[in-house]
Design a binder for this molecule. Sequence first.
Ligand SMILES: Cc1cc2nc3c(=O)[nH]c(=O)nc-3n(C[C@H](O)[C@H](O)[C@H](O)COP(=O)(O)OP(=O)(O)OC[C@H]3O[C@@H](n4cnc5c(N)ncnc54)[C@H](O)[C@@H]3O)c2cc1C
Length: 438
Amino acid sequence: MLSRNAALPRIVIVGGGAGGLELATRLGRTLGAGHRAQVILVDGSPTHIWKPLLHEVATGALNTGEDEVNYFAHGYRNGYDFEFGYMQSLDQARRTIRLSAIHGRNGELLSPERDLDFDWLVMAVGAEANDFGTPGVGEHAMFLNTPADAEALRHRVLELAFRCSNGDEPGKSLNIAIVGGGATGVELAAELKHTMCELHQYGARLQPERVKISVIEGADRILAAAPESLSAYAEEQLGARQIQVLTNSLVAEVKADGVALKDGRTIPSDITVWAAGVKAPAWLARLDGLKTNRINQLQVDTQLRCEGADCIYAMGDCSAAPDGDSGRMLSATAQVAHQQARYLAEELTRRLEGKPAKAFVFKPQGMMVSLGKHSAVGSLAAVVGPKRDYHVEGRGAKLIYASLYRMHQAAVHGWTLAVLLFIGDKLRRAARPALKLH
Ligand SMILES: Cc1cc2nc3c(=O)[nH]c(=O)nc-3n(C[C@H](O)[C@H](O)[C@H](O)COP(=O)(O)OP(=O)(O)OC[C@H]3O[C@@H](n4cnc5c(N)ncnc54)[C@H](O)[C@@H]3O)c2cc1C
């Protein structure tokens, strides 16, 4: 258990994801390193991978061993402490959270359940796909919620590709169904197709045309949250890669060998990935005195404070935050989490200094969706003005897309280290296979 310096206020951030890690880094470097507050990051995993890259982990294009950030080491360098464990519950009156016990690989107890007290608490535990209670999803579908999910999917894809390549059914195709035509589903489909082409180049006897990938979407177009021109371009690009796009297709049930649609069709599938919808973890709805919406997100005000709890904040995918201008809820994206981290770092500092609070205002920066190794599509309408439907595509868009991860690295490591990491990545990629195959 971390020792408490009674002279310093304690800020506890739960969840070291896209938003939480950036916040811990900013506060650690300022308040933590300046001995003005004790900053503690809590996570159930000892390492961080930027979630928008999970589709690359799932296809082996990104090696987690090389890209993950260890919280203990990162905290040491950036002025915050790391506490390893999953948050389970909250006691508002005592201002404590309870963390789960930690067990080793062989099941032995490494650390018992313990309480951690706070002066200010920031909830940043993210969200997961929403199966809307669809039968068969729990039993037969895979997910892309966590790095462990992505690794499991990578192993499954490689195993089945190997079986189709070397098994006793020559010519058998590999069917992959992705439910959800949002950014996650579209990016995964394009990346999987690219991976299969690379595998074939490496000698796998599974020709890319025998890999049949379908994206199943309930709305009338994929990327439904983006401008129509962007959806049309993405659909055309997926089509050019022989990826089947099924719109207006609602899933009735996921089965072991396919996805049954409500209109009676069945899409054959050896691997089904559920990448539709979003909901926050169910345990948030049971937290002492905090209000949640119907998808378990913590309801916050314009200063990201949880309703009815002055010293508890929530940010990122686990929060339902109103957009200052429209009053609509902000979407669950890394862009929102990043801006909220920046805002909260300033807001908590203002609060510590006794200065008046300011409201969080989201500034939309557009949207980028990767379409495999060399292509992406994005809308910059939010930047150039809503009257112009300005979209970028192809290699230029891919460069902008890739720069988003570099900006996250800069926020977490500083620009110098981010540049060194970029050079290191280029050298590694030149020396090693493009895919992690084991
Ligand atoms: C494949 C994919 C592609 C995406 N592409 C994009 C994109 O192109 N652009 C974009 O803007 N967004 C994208 N997103 C969405 C984006 O990843 C999320 O909006 C963003 O990561 C949310 O950040 P967060 O900090 O709220 O949560 P997360 O990044 O999900 O982090 C949550 C953290 O909380 C930890 N945690 C969870 N439960 C507990 C607990 N009980 N106790 C302690 N710690 C806990 C987790 O280990 C994790 O570290 C994508 C998502 C996926 C899956």
